[in-house]
Design a protein around this ligand. Structure first.
Ligand code: NAP
Length: 437
């Protein structure tokens, strides 16, 4: 019997869970229910616009969608146009693969001030996500910015803020973002971490990029870099070796010369934000100086200091969005699950399963594990009509469902120019589809 599976979200983790099942049960029919007419989720809206090499994974995803039994039901919002429960009734298995697109909050005074943004919003804005096209986060005369957090997203944000149009020439950065960055001309960016260089979550290739910027110099106080890794870090393990490389890169930054670079990225460690300060709009961030215990855990010293800023982006992690009728852990911001099983025939993969960590390739083995569990647990039920029933339900509601062929029409419009110009409005996407028919 043919398995019928609905995957909520057409990003990497959803594609990989379907790939895992299709590899072993090629007859399986998978419908991807996607809120936007565009597939590929995080690759389109999360990966930085100057990381075009990473985005090439889309070529593999396109081939995946071109095979028999795989459909995209775009422009359909689960929770609004159709419920999870209805999907569970009509498909043998339903997999939530909707990522984590809510910003984790710091919960400190002033977080609502103008000029303070979470990285989910900020990154979505510079990646032309339709929900954020009108955000306009960079004040016109902004000269300084603080990015809170010591992960790769913080690096992405800092880098995009200081790269020139020439450095971004091969990117798919939207015109509106380019104009906002150029109008402001931010020359000082502080990346602030609450712990030290050893505890930072940066990975070597991403950190190294900060040393290769044409107009910005990474500056780190040499004294904060320890001569050796602390004893609790095991350098025989890959994670320990990565830490060693990260420290070497920090050391290399201390030896760099300004060479005419007029912008600076300061790496500020042991600084935990305690308040955003300003009248109506952010003017500074107040930090408490931290110290670390032997295990690298931070504690406050009570010493407060301010760093001025015209813009603040908090890149401290993400939460998934709760869905009606689906158990949700508010504290962790994800769906409680066991290797992806939530309950009955409902599963989860990606950041909703394990939290917001890992690169795109991390999702493949993680989703494959859940594919195997689905195949072990789910038996095809001939009474379930899958896509046929859902198509009828959505048609009766008058939903304008888009297909993978429709996405190709959008893609054709976006790639008419040398570098992709993303369409940042759903209405314009639908118009592009109409025009192609
Ligand atoms: P991340 O790597 O988990 O980093 C989050 C940072 O926020 C950490 O430094 C964390 O500090 C800090 N933080 C959390 N809560 C905080 C608080 N209350 N106050 C101050 N700081 C706080 O997450 P991410 O940067 O969002 O990245 C998510 C995943 O995507 C990561 O696995 C990342 O590697 C991946 N990614 C990869 C790329 C790439 O490969 N090019 C690009 C972007 C993202 P503590 O450690 O002290 O908790």
């Amino acid at each position: 019997m043919t398995l019928k599976i609905a995957v909520i979200g057409a990003g990497p983790s959803g594609i990989y869970v379907a790939e895992g099942v299709k590899k072993k049960l090629p007859d399986t029919m998978v419908d991807f229910i996607e809120r936007l007419p565009t597939p590929f989720g995080l690759v389109r809206f999360g990966v930085a616009p100057d990381h075009q090499g990473t985005k090439k994974v889309i070529n593999q995803y396109e081939k995946f969608f071109d095979q028999e039994g795989i459909r995209l039901l775009g422009n359909v919002e689960v929770g609004k146009d159709i419920s999870v429960q209805v999907l569970q009734e009509h498909y043998d298995a339903v997999v939530i693969a909707n990522g984590a697109r809510e910003d984790k909050k710091l919960g400190i005074p002033g977080e609502d001030l103008d000029g303070v943004y979470g990285s989910a919003a900020f990154v979505s804005w510079y990646n032309s996500h339709p929900d954020y096209k009108d955000l306009s986060p960079i004040p016109e005369h902004a000269k300084s910015a603080i990015v809170i957090g010591n992960g790769n997203v913080a690096i992405d944000v800092a880098r995009i803020l200081v790269k020139s149009a020439e450095e971004m020439a091969d990117s798919d950065l939207a015109d509106h973002t380019r104009i906002a960055i150029d109008n402001a001309s931010i020359s000082d960016v502080v990346i602030a971490g609450r712990r030290g260089p050893v505890e930072a979550s940066f990975t070597p290739p991403e950190l190294r990029e900060l040393g290769k910027l044409e107009h910005a110099l990474p500056v780190i106080e040499g004294a904060v870099i320890p001569d050796e890794l602390p004893s609790h870090i095991d350098t025989s393990q890959p994670a320990g070796r990565i830490k060693g490389k990260v420290l070497d890169i920090f050391r290399s930054f201390t030896e760099m010369k300004r060479d005419g670079k007029d912008k600076t990225i300061h790496l500020q460690f042991l600084a935990s934000p305690t308040a955003f300060l300003g009248e109506g709009k952010v003017e500074a961030v107040q930090f408490e100086r931290m110290e670390l215990n032997e295990d690298g855990k931070p504690t406050g010293t009570g010493e407060l200091f301010d760093i001025p800023a015209d813009l603040v982006v908090s890149a401290i992690g993400y939460y998934s969005q709760p869905l009606e009728g689906v158990p949700f852990d508010e504290q962790l911001g994800r769906y409680p699950n066991e290797e992806g099983l939530i309950k009955d025939n409902l599963y989860v993969v990606g950041w909703g399963k394990r939290g917001p960590s890992g690169t795109i390739p991390t999702n493949r083995p993680c989703s494959f594990k859940t594919s195997q569990i689905i195949m072990d647990q789910v038996i095809a039920d001939p009474a379930k009509q899958g896509g046929a029933a859902i198509d009828k339900l959505l048609a009766d509601k008058g939903s304008k469902v888009t297909t993978f062929t429709d996405w190709k029409a959008i893609d054709a419009v976006e790639t008419k120019t040398e570098t992709r110009q993303k369409i940042a409005s759903v209405d314009e996407m639908l118009a592009a589809i109409e025009e192609a028919i």
